[in-house]
Design a protein around this ligand. Structure first.
Ligand SMILES: [Zn+2]
Length: 361
């Protein structure tokens, strides 16, 4: 089933690459010389390794570039949005005519543009193991790699305007750092692929290649989230979610009670605002509401859940809630049953979308 992740990114890449010079011919852009608009950190080996293995506040993208013996190059980016959660990847096949250096820069630019698209909360980190590429990012001077450096700089400037500072940091390669390994593998997979004309294909986390859908009119933020979260988002939004009251109503559960806190009626409102078993997620949601300047729900408010689901600026916070609250892991089997018998399930939404095709690799 197609993952919404990266579809708009793919479009961006397609647009960009169709006007990009190919065959290794580098075009030079006239621009003011300026330094990197974020932070760059290259620590000594031991320190860099220690930091790479530590948790960072914000979101860390791992990038890498690869050039195979066949002469084909590719870039890979890896992201683990939730600690302990699944890894997501973006793979950019570059074909012939590029050096590993170009692939490394492509990895950084892709990571930063993915950050813009995906809109994670907090400061943005990009960790990679190529010091020459990191060094190149310090200036937009003409020369090899300039086009990619400019793309990276523009993305960093946009992120900074959103209040998300960017740090590019060196991680020692081949040191067993999980994120670095993930990016390395993604880059190698990308390099082994033919470049599709116009880049209308994008490889995603589960290793399949998706053709870009057109005309999606679902919530753009939810549409970019991992499929599992996006699915939960639409389920909660419609009330057709694997929660007590709904499962009870469709005869899938004997009681409407909340399995997380034993409250007798597990409603969408309860899950979001009342449940004692979902406090961690609620903290994330309320932080997002405050940041977005959206009033917090009060006990007197009749239907705060409807207000929040109608407010696009809150979507990211709701997705965060669903990720952090680990929402339905207590009963995945029931969840799947509910989805399959649910008129508002993800499959139905997908069938309603035009032009979505999935290709197995
Ligand atoms: Zn509860």
């Amino acid at each position: 089933m197609p993952n919404r992740l990266g579809q708009r990114l793919a479009k961006h890449l397609a647009q960009r690459l169709s006007r990009d010079p190919s065959g290794g011919i580098e075009r030079t852009e006239q621009c003011e010389l300026k330094g990197f608009p974020g932070s760059i950190r290259v620590l000594d080996n031991e320190e860099a390794l220690t930091e790479a293995n530590q948790q960072r506040l914000g979101t860390t993208f791992w990038s890498d570039g690869s050039r195979l013996d066949t002469g084909r190059a590719g870039a890979g980016v890896a992201l683990q949005a939730v600690p302990g959660g699944p890894w997501e990847h973006v793979e950019v096949p570059m074909g012939h005519g590029h050096e590993a250096f170009d692939a490394e820069l492509m990895g950084v630019a892709t990571a930063l543009e993915w950050a813009l698209e995906r809109q994670p909360l907090g400061p943005i980190w990009v960790l990679l193991d190529a010091q020459n590429a990191i060094d190149r990012l310090k200036s937009a001077r003409p020369g090899p790699g300039q086009a990619l450096v400019l793309r990276a700089h523009r993305a960093v400037e946009k992120l900074a305007m959103r209040g998300q500072p960017v740090t590019i940091q060196w991680v020692p390669g081949h040191s067993g750092v999980v994120g670095n390994e993930q990016a390395d593998q993604a880059a190698k997979r990308a390099a082994s692929k033919q470049t599709a004309p116009g880049f209308e294909h994008l490889s995603l986390a589960d290793g399949r290649v998706y053709k870009m859908p057109r005309g999606w009119n679902l919530d753009p933020v939810a549409g970019k989230a991992p499929k599992r979260l996006a699915s939960r988002y639409y389920q909660l939004k419609t009330g057709h979610a694997p929660i007590g009251t709904y499962l009870h109503r469709i005869g899938q559960r004997e009681s409407p009670e909340c399995q997380a806190c034993k409250e007798p009626h597990e409603t969408v409102r309860h899950v979001l605002f009342g449940c004692r078993g979902r406090r961690t997620g609620r903290r994330a949601l309320y932080r997002a509401l405050e940041k977005a300047g959206v009033p917090l729900p009060t006990a007197a408010e009749e239907s705060p859940e409807a207000r929040l689901f109608a407010e696009p600026i809150v979507t990211q916070g709701l997705l965060q809630f669903m990720a952090e609250a680990n929402l339905f892991n207590d009963n995945e089997r029931t969840a799947r049953e509910a989805e399959s018998s649910d008129a508002w399930g993800w499959d139905t939404l997908e069938e309603g979308g035009p032009g979505v095709t999935l290709e197995d690799e």
